[in-house]
Design a binder for this molecule. Structure first.
Ligand code: SAM
Length: 218
């Protein structure tokens, strides 16, 4: 049986999450979100946030960046648009309702693609990674942050137990790093450049891929 989540489960789950998402998930995910945005800011320029959700990450960007967000959940995007309307985030250029498996952007549109707490939820993670590699420029980066499966120890046992019970919440606690590594090894245009646990508790892992190939500007 495939352990991948189905798109309709994710859409239903995030329609329910949207009203309470910032209060519940805001504080606990802060270290991961900040680390990913910091890595993206170091690159700067045009940044795509895949699975931008309610726009909680907007606070972590600045005028050195131009943010575009996509998400498949209309209720989550409604919250993001309300934040944009506050006028506090002029560097957030647009958010679009779009499935990360089939993005409508041209090849090599962005300097950096960021996905915070998303890759473990999408129906086909490898397809989403291929799409990220397609829309990022050669030399650009794909930055993921997530809780990844603890392959050994008590945490691994708990995550295996929780896996079947958290499906309806749109969660997948048992997603392994090995799957991301295998994608990079099979990819013709991306290499793995970083894997790092995020302080303070090492609960989240930041994974970074670089898009290979020759930049049009070179
Ligand atoms: C856990 S939330 C993370 C939101 C945000 N990145 C954050 O850190 O707060 C996951 C988000 O991914 C979105 N998502 C899941 N599958 C998606 C897909 N195939 N395409 C676009 N967005 C997707 C969900 O709708 C949800 O808003």
């Amino acid at each position: 049986m495939s352990l991948d989540l189905e798109a309709n489960i994710v859409e239903t789950a995030y329609a329910r999450w949207a009203p309470i998402y910032d209060a519940v998930c805001g504080p606990i995910m802060v270290p991961g979100r900040r680390a990913a945005a910091q890595a993206a800011r170091a690159i700067g320029g045009r940044i795509l946030e895949v699975g931008v959700g309610t726009g909680l990450s907007f606070d972590d960007y600045d005028h050195g960046t131009q943010i575009t967000g996509i998400d498949m959940s209309a209720p989550m995007l409604e919250k993001a648009r309300a934040k944009m309307a506050s006028g506090r985030y002029p560097f957030v250029k647009a958010v679009h309702q779009m499935d990360a498996h089939r993005m409508t952007f041209d090849d090599a549109t962005f300097d950096c693609v960021v996905a915070q707490f998303v890759i473990t939820l999408v129906a086909q993670p490898e397809q989403v990674l291929c799409e990220c590699a397609r829309v990022v420029k050669p030399g650009g980066r794909i930055i993921l942050v997530n809780h990844l499966y603890s392959e050994v120890g008590v945490a691994a046992v708990v995550e295996r137990w929780a896996a079947q019970r958290t499906r309806a919440l749109g969660l997948r606690p048992e997603f392994p790093f090995a799957r991301l590594q295998a994608w990079a090894q099979s990819s013709e245009n991306a290499i793995l450049v970083e894997r790092r646990k995020i302080a303070p508790f090492g609960l989240y892992t930041l994974v970074c891929f670089e898009r290979t190939g020759v930049s049009a500007a070179a």
